[in-house]
Design a protein around this ligand. Structure first.
Ligand SMILES: [Zn+2]
Length: 243
């Protein structure tokens, strides 16, 4: 008998092809394990700015870097349980979005109807592609909420937006407002890191970040957690319970 409950879904909007792994791989793996559909939109491949190791190979070209980064992202996505990818190929350093891309992302919101959205911090003085991706993800959400776009039935509700942990939090005016316990999927997240050959220098760094957030998560709760993944909220949490 077919399951009558619709499959729930989440959407991740990543500026470069690997950001979603370091910053939200735990959330993706957790929700995939729970049977959710998780879609990842990569706005660029990070071909210029986040593929250092590949550019050291002789005779490297931009197309080869893009192909390699796409393959790595897909392999890592498979490990995490990503259901679908879309690669917008908008270029990086600088990432520039446009009207067509905005409508394409708004279509994705209206078709997928995600229960949550994960994307970048609102500020990042080290990498302006990241706040650009965040602004773009939020604008597409607002466009998809408009009843006049494709009628009231297509308009989406108000799914919460959670902002990934940036590389240097203080400079980005980012605070951890939610710490997700990712202990049960930590090995999966780490395995996804290891698909990202072009950024091997980040594997240990993001393992330390997860351990730090794990300690803080345990300190702020009664959970015996070892690994955490932190997010900042954009909109208030609406609930009928204080605890
Ligand atoms: Zn990035």
């Amino acid at each position: 008998m077919p399951n009558s409950l619709p499959q729930l879904s989440g959407l991740v909007v990543s500026a470069h092809s690997a950001d979603f792994i370091w910053r939200s791989g735990g959330a993706i793996a957790l929700y995939a394990k729970r049977g959710w559909k998780v879609k990842v939109v990569c706005l660029s491949f990070g071909e210029k700015g986040e593929s250092q190791k590949l550019w050291k190979e002789p005779g490297m070209t931009i197309d080869r870097v893009k192909a390699a980064r796409r393959l790595e992202a897909e392999k890592a996505g498979q490990v995490l349980g990503v259901s679908e990818f879309e690669f917008f190929d908008l270029g990086d350093y600088p990432l520039r979005t446009n009207r067509d891309a905005l409508e394409r992302l708004a279509d994705i919101y209206q078709e997928l109807r995600p229960s949550w959205i994960l994307t970048h911090s609102l500020e990042d003085p080290y990498n302006l592609d990241h706040p650009e991706a965040s602004r773009f993800a939020q604008e597409a959400r607002i466009v998809a909420q408009a009843h006049g776009r494709r009628g009231a039935a297509s308009a989406i509700g108000a799914p919460p937006v959670f902002l990934f942990e940036p590389h240097q939090t203080e400079q980005c005016n980012w605070k951890p407002q939610l710490i997700l316990d990712i202990t049960e999927v930590w090995e999966t997240k780490r395995k996804a890191f290891e698909q990202m050959d072009a950024q091997e220098h980040l594997w240990e760094y993001y393992t330390r970040v997860a351990m730090q957030r794990g300690v803080q998560g345990a300190r702020n709760s009664e959970r015996k957690m070892k690994y955490g993944e932190a997010y900042q909220r954009v909109y208030p949490l609406v609930t009928e319970n204080l605890i």
